[in-house]
Ligand binder design. Structure first.
Ligand code: ATP
Ligand code: MG
Length: 607
């Protein structure tokens, strides 16, 4: 008999089947086509980013493709970024490539180390890694400022760039519009020597912020406005979180981004659709710098896909920041936030987010994904993994009036149930232990004095099973002076304990969840609902604050069975019949359990 190797275990077979079933998409087709044609087969890689000479001295690139995830460290990542991370790292993994994590930190003003750290955590938590042998640091665009400056000087010397001293307003007017070609700047015909001198003065801090810019010299009549001599360097006296005060000029994003890709030998530069109009400039710049011998050929190519729009959710760092700073939520990691830290605290798993990214796929046209799709992925992931437990969310006491007589005064009877109804093949479920005594907590809605038609739970004269415990027969209830039910009364039917030979001697139509008064533990349970009532809270420039759901959080005190009270932060459970819950990673502690509703058992939104 052979020992199972990873390739022939059932789990590996299932993974392989799922792999084979992975739906193709236009990006996969492009990559497969490039691999077949050998588009990038002769690239070299020097082990670190660099210019043409640097890579020429390196080895043939062991990575078949290179992709990148290039966040700007100006906020916390959200579910849209998760899609991009899964896409870029997933393609690299599937095609024998490497995906770079790169901080696009060319804008000195809004960036912060706090965000850098949170992005690193988010990518790792999602299950991806950028580390390569001998190189485990993420890349940062600001490391390329020297090269970018050199590329700018090269463009000037080759007659492809000039320093423009028009005011911003003049430049805007002279750019023209869709129907009107632009007008050449009076500075456009300066000689390379004049431009170079001016640009060096800009670098040396001899001119004021905003007084002049370096522009690429392309075509002021181009039908694509982005090709009408775009600005590529500006003067901005600002302290950069990484390079400090070394620079007072900074490259524009459209100039910096293609260079970052090329220095890192990226093959497929995947971005969202709003950059489609920038692609001609991307290609123009790559051609110029390759012909100048500065960058290695072949150039990276940009491909655009539709960004994720999710109903009832906002995916804009700026707007999410507003929710945080206006205290509409408790922070970036509020469990109602679509940030990765928020989703994590809500109980989302990396597997659920990866499944979601895979399921929604990539397209070239914008659409809205139903929030239920995201919830469905979490439910699917937790169904098999989350331990079951009983929790009473809206408790009322049930008294078994004959308990002392038939079971013995003060008796506590030990009970148990499996934690997993369907444990993985070849394994046995862990067991939860709890006790039943004279008094137990049940859900208020499980008792009706006058049962509605078809009601199968507790009402006078009806029998039900206390799940994992005994069959009981309801005898009535007690009330306070205002008529509110204070206790439900029942008798226990002896010899009907679950798992004993007599268990089935009495037939019942329902089993209800419960927790013993003796060993139940009070827990804070945070019942979350969607943050917005409007399916497209910020579409068409709407004020999303107006559609905030006033009931997106209800805090209740529930009673949970002992196995739940022993949870560790981040542990996930199915509270039987209620949904999936997670022990809050911030506030949950021994002796003070706190659970968050992650997702209900069924898709009930709007029903
Ligand atoms: P935001 O508008 O929220 O600030 P951004 O696009 O400015 O987002 P970046 O940090 O620049 O944020 O984005 C990093 C990467 O994530 C980019 O490649 C971008 O295309 C991708 N990305 C951002 N938002 C989404 C989204 N909603 N769906 C898919 N990809 C996204
Ligand atoms: Mg951005």
């Amino acid at each position: 008999m052979s020992t199972p190797t990873p390739a022939n275990t059932p789990a590996a077979a299932a993974a392989a089947a799922q792999e084979a079933a992975k739906p193709s998409n236009f990006l996969r087709q492009i990559i497969e086509n490039d691999l077949e044609k050998g588009t990038y087969a002769n690239r070299r890689w020097a082990g670190s980013p660099g210019d043409a000479a640097h890579h020429a001295a390196g080895q043939p690139d062991p990575a078949k493709i290179r992709t990148r995830f290039p966040p700007e460290p100006n906020g916390y990542l959200h579910v849209g970024h998760a899609k991009s991370i899964c896409l870029n790292f997933g393609l690299a993994r599937d095609y024998g490539g490497v995906c770079h994590l790169r901080f696009d930190d060319t804008n000195p003003e809004k960036e912060d180390q706090e965000y850098v750290n949170s992005i690193i955590d988010a990518v790792k938590w999602l299950g991806f890694d950028w580390a390569q042998p001998g190189n485990d640091q993420p890349y940062q665009a600001s490391d390329y400022f020297d090269f970018m400056y050199r590329a700018a000087e090269y463009l000037i010397e080759a007659g492809h760039a000039y320093v423009d001293e028009q005011t911003a307003e003049q430049m805007r007017v002279n750019r023209g519009d869709f129907g009107k070609p632009g007008v050449d700047s009076p500075y456009r015909s300066r000689t390379p020597a004049e431009n170079l001198a001016r640009f060096r003065e800009m670098r040396d801090g001899r001119h004021e912020d905003g007084s002049m810019v370096l522009r690429a010299k392309i075509d002021m009549a181009s039908p694509n406005i982005n090709m009408r001599d775009p600005a590529i360097y500006r003067i901005r006296r600002a302290t950069h979180h990484h390079t400090g005060d070394k620079w007072c000029i900074y490259p524009m994003y459209t100039f910096a981004h293609p260079i970052e890709d090329a220095l890192e030998q990226i093959t497929h530069s995947i971005c969202t659709l709003e950059f489609e109009d920038q692609r001609p400039f991307y290609d123009w710049l790559m051609e110029r710098l390759i012909e100048g011998g500065l960058l290695a050929a072949p150039a990276p190519r940009q491909y655009e896909f539709a960004r994720l729009n999710l109903t009832y959710v906002i995916t804009s760092k700026r707007k999410l920041a507003q929710l945080v700073y206006d205290h509409k939520v408790s922070g970036w990691d509020d469990p109602r936030m679509p940030t990765i830290v928020g989703l994590r605290r809500r109980g989302y798993t990396p597997a659920a987010l990866q499944m979601f990214a895979e399921r929604i796929g990539v397209t070239k046209s914008d659409s809205w994904i139903d929030y239920g799709t995201l919830e469905g992925c979490l439910r699917e992931d937790l169904e098999a993994k989350a331990h079951r437990g009983m929790a009473v969310i809206n408790p009322v006491k049930l008294v078994l009036t004959n308990w002392d007589e038939v079971m013995g005064a003060g008796h506590l009877e030990p009970c148990s149930l499996p934690a997993l109804p369907h444990p993985p093949e070849g394994t046995e479920s862990p067991v939860r232990h709890f006790t039943i005594g004279k008094e137990v907590w049940i859900e208020r809605e499980d008792f009706e004095e006058v049962p509605p038609k078809g009601y199968k739970r507790l009402f006078p004269g009806n029998k039900v099973r206390l799940k994992g415990g005994y069959v009981i027969e309801c005898t009535g209830c007690t009330k306070d002076a205002d008529g509110n039910i204070t206790e439900v009364l029942a008798t226990v039917v002896p010899d009907t304990k679950s798992g004993t030979p007599g268990a089935d001697s009495v037939k019942v139509k329902a089993a209800i969840t419960w927790v013993g008064v003796a060993d139940g533990v009070s827990a804070e349970v945070r019942m979350y609902d969607r943050l917005f009532l409007d399916a497209q809270p910020d579409a068409g420039g709407k004020d999303f604050i107006e559609s905030l759901n006033p009931n997106s959080l209800k805090v209740v005190t529930a009673i949970v069975e002992p196995s739940l009270a022993n949870a560790k932060p981040d542990d996930k459970f199915q509270f039987e019949r209620h949904g999936y819950f997670v022990a809050d990673r911030v506030d949950h502690a021994a002796g003070k359990p706190v659970f968050n509703l992650a997702v209900g058992l069924k898709d009930s939104w709007g029903k």
